[in-house]
Design a protein around this ligand. Sequence first.
Ligand SMILES: N[C@@H](CCC(=O)N[C@@H](CS)C(=O)NCC(=O)O)C(=O)O
Length: 222
Amino acid sequence: MTILLYDLVAEGDRRPSPFCFRTKLALAQKRLAFETAPVAMTDIEALEGGAFKTVPILKDGAHVVGDSWAIADYLDEAYPERPRLFHSPEERGLCRFFEAWLFSGVLQQVLRFYVRDIHDRLLEKDRAYFRRSRESRLGCTLEEAAAGREARLDAMRASFDPARLTLTHQGQPFLSGQNPGYADCILAGVLLWIEAIDTVPLLVQGDPLVVYLERVRASLTR
Ligand SMILES: N[C@@H](CCC(=O)N[C@@H](CS)C(=O)NCC(=O)O)C(=O)O
């Protein structure tokens, strides 16, 4: 039976979720075939008996798993013969740290920069909910969050420098070393999310992260 992934959908069939991209990359890393089922943000709670508040949600036969980390653990457990996402508890722990660093620091800037664009790209029926929930989280309106954002563009791009430094270090084409690992699913998931929003590019020509993203894509679609 084919694995099904509930995937956030926006206008024009855009898929604007860093967590869903992460899981799609993880499935590709495990060489598992899957299909996606597009879901509107305000329809998530109607899925699978209302068991989940967020996507991704993975359905594999009788197993329904929500949350990208729980899905990654499930995949390693259910498909031990496939390439592992985590080669050790230590790698998993470091990936947890990497996510916390990325999402508490870098992603706060990224979200403020793009939040109004994300709103405008969402399905019409999701926009009021998105505005209400994100304004309450941000403590300001979406317009206030995005105000004067051009002046923050260089700093936002530079906030990815630790990844650039790692990747341009000779002999390390991926965050996880010679091959992509779960840390690469986390970072590439974020880069693909911003690409899907398709407004002001996060990456510009000549950025080592452009080459990196191509490398991740190529290695996972081979
Ligand atoms: N910890 C969750 C977070 C997932 C998440 O926040 N997903 C967002 C889409 S990017 C979502 O479904 N949001 C629904 C909402 O805000 O109501 C994971 O790792 O899967």
